[in-house]
Design a protein around this ligand. Sequence first.
Ligand code: ZN
Ligand code: ZN
Length: 916
Amino acid sequence: MKRMTGAEIRQSFLDFFVSKGHLIVPSASLVPVGDPTLLFTNAGMNQFKNIFLGLEEPRARRVTDAQKCMRVSGHLNDLEEVGISPYHHTFFEMLGNWSFGDYYKREAIAWGWELITALWGMDKAMLWATVFEDDQGTLPWDEEAMTHWLNETDIARDHVLRSGRKDNFWSMGPTGPCGPCSEIHYDRGPEHCNKQGVPGHVCQVNGDCTRYLEIWNLVFIQYNRDAQGDLYPLPARHIDTGLGLDRVTAISQRVPANYDTDLFMPILKRIQELRGHTDEEAAASRTAYRIIADHARSVTFLVGDGVIPGNEGRNYVLRMILRRAARFGRKIGFTEPFLGEVAKAVIEVMGGHYTELRRRHDFILNVIRQEEERFQRTLGVGLALLDDIMAGLEARGERVIPGGEAFRLYDTFGFPLDLTKDVGAERGFSVDEAEFKAALGEQRARGRAMQQFVAADGKELEGYVRLLEALKAQGGLGPDGVEDLSREAAELETVVLAILHDGQPVTQAAEGDQVEVVLAATPFYVERGGQVSDIGTIARHTAGEQPPRWEIQVSDMREPVPGLIVHVGQVSSGRPQTGDPAWAVIDAERRMDIARNHTATHLLHSELRYILGEHVQQAGSLVAPDRLRFDFTHGMMLTQEELDAVEQSVNDAILAGYPLEVANTSYKEAVAGGAMALFGEKYGEQVRVIRIGDPGEPFSQELCGGVHVDQTGEIGLFRIVSETSVGAGVRRIEAVTGRTAFQLVQKRLNVLDAAATHLGCPPEEVERAVLRLMGDLHDRQKENADLRRGMARLEFEALLLGVQETAGVKVLAGQVQAADVETLREMTDWSRNRLGSVVTVLGAVIDGKPNLVAAVTPDLVERGLKAGALIQQVAKVVGGGGGGRPTLAQAGGRDASKLGDALALVAGLVEEQIGK
Ligand SMILES: [Zn+2]
Ligand SMILES: [Zn+2]
């Protein structure tokens, strides 16, 4: 077959059928329109169902299309093959040609053959076809199709096979249009068989190996099945075909798996770049890569068709697939949200034909990021919990995760049931689903909806979408939505466009109400790119009036759909109404703290690259008023010298008072000019570049949408407070600036001064004085330990007088004053050295709790005595338990007053054990 790109194959299919008089129709949405019985569009015919049923007139008698399809019901079994099988996907494309009562089998077969052999140059020797022959013996065999295959094409005569109902008879449902079909298979050659060497295996068309690939199914719709199951010929006969684009592309590009085609490679490459894997490392995680790539396609297309993550129906399926991809990302080492970046690659690959992906680019990425961030916060903790649960079950020999635990993972950590099942299945566990469902039902009955997850539910988000549309329609908002002036102004006069109370639009709110407020314009920054949201107030002032007529304290900001900026807060006085003029004022002092930390983050980034090397890349960041947190790629812990050097250079850049230059430019130009693109920010065509340093030669240049100081001197002081690891190859620095840095320094110096006063020395000599004190302390501790040992020796000698002998075994049991368990153990050694063959059980009260150590010499172990068994029974008396080896065991307890009673039992227990 000719080498073609996936896009070329798609286009040439459509062009070919246009040349045969077909009309190109666009793909239907993945969300079936007007068909509540279907979760997703799963075949090309879905959108033509009513035409087949005679309920609707077609726009044209011959049409062709490329259709987006999803085959996943939200159940695990749909997903098990994905990533492992070379050609099973959750999302895929079907290319089709359709005849509605127009041409029939002859043309469908002849044209199909012409396209794949004459136009695409598929090797005829490798092609096989099947026609229908009823294995139940009630329907006539499809002689007509066979005749056309033999007369209209030059396929090898012995390559047309007959096959039964399972593969070659197609029905839309239990009743309705149906008919025989004819499949075209491609023989990829014996080396593609995945069952080579399996005894008894024979490669065959519609067999069970991966050698023969079904590439095209031609369906001939000629019957109608009634409720009794009887078939009647239809007055008009139809053609419905489906060709798998991914599979044909794999054949054309001579690659073993669909994932190796140009429809998938750029997506896999993006994952590898983001993760920073070498080719070998990527190959070692191949299945995870493929699962992420497959799921990223589904997620991108689903959101592109307006599906939003949620807990029901198709919203649930989206959430489940997205979270499953996030989990596999975590498995290969991602520690920060990454799927949005992978979705960008999907849009680059598919957006040429499916232009809706480009149009909804920002919305798609926004929804994916929000969902992934929400899940990321709980994923690690949830997985660790699930691990613990499974370890506990394993220890008890159980294999079923209780439904209550699965529910807790769902409710608290956002684990869809199928995700828990998925993780469990990998280790051979199942989930008690009935119990899970019961727990879920109980919770719903209590009416405590899942607060933190409901927020992203389709219904709620739909409410925001409708609100945004309504505000635009009324003219309150322009096409770009709320005017974002967060970087231009700290306060401004604007208009209240909408107030939401309990999620519902209201025309006014009362004092004390929790509200969400939409203004025509806002100075409030909404959290993005690591920088946290502003807080502040919205109030109505009338000239000369004090206090304001009403006021709202804004405590948080959200942008649930692009363009709809929402102020979240509480009415602190008065009754705000929609249409009211309002003053929006941010907390400017807090904003200044944030700006200091943000600019300092850029300085830190640039100094880390200067001091550690160009391999340093930002891997995440938080810019809050009280601190900054910066994650970056670097293989090892920083030395104190490196940390000092970084801190020093950042402070040098601050003292130099460099101006900040803000430039708006195109993304391409910015990156070409050397600007660093930061992970996790979103960029339109126009981007904002922050330059710090000499205007001609800035040492820091970053794409950034956040707020900054005007010149570096305003940062005041920069101080690193910690340097830690957050995963393989990623380090984290936390630092403070400005007021917080000053407070930190002041507090530390005050502590130092106080310590100097206590030590009676000048502050500079505190360290030496402390070291001297520590040396003294160490000497005293050693002296003390020696004294305690001496005392224990004396005690032991006294104890030796009480050695008993029972059943020919020497037993030494008694209470001593040991300071720790270590001393108790040492005393059992003394006992063995002095007495040779002996059972020793010693007890001591340490920190108010009874402690016991038992030792049995090996000769007595051979006679059936076991230290572990012995101590368990003795410890029971003090309300505790323990264990250990047959020669040495230890135990703790709760009731120190019973220690004497417990030790008194020892001789009897020894006699008992020997007796057995
Ligand atoms: Zn085979
Ligand atoms: Zn920035």
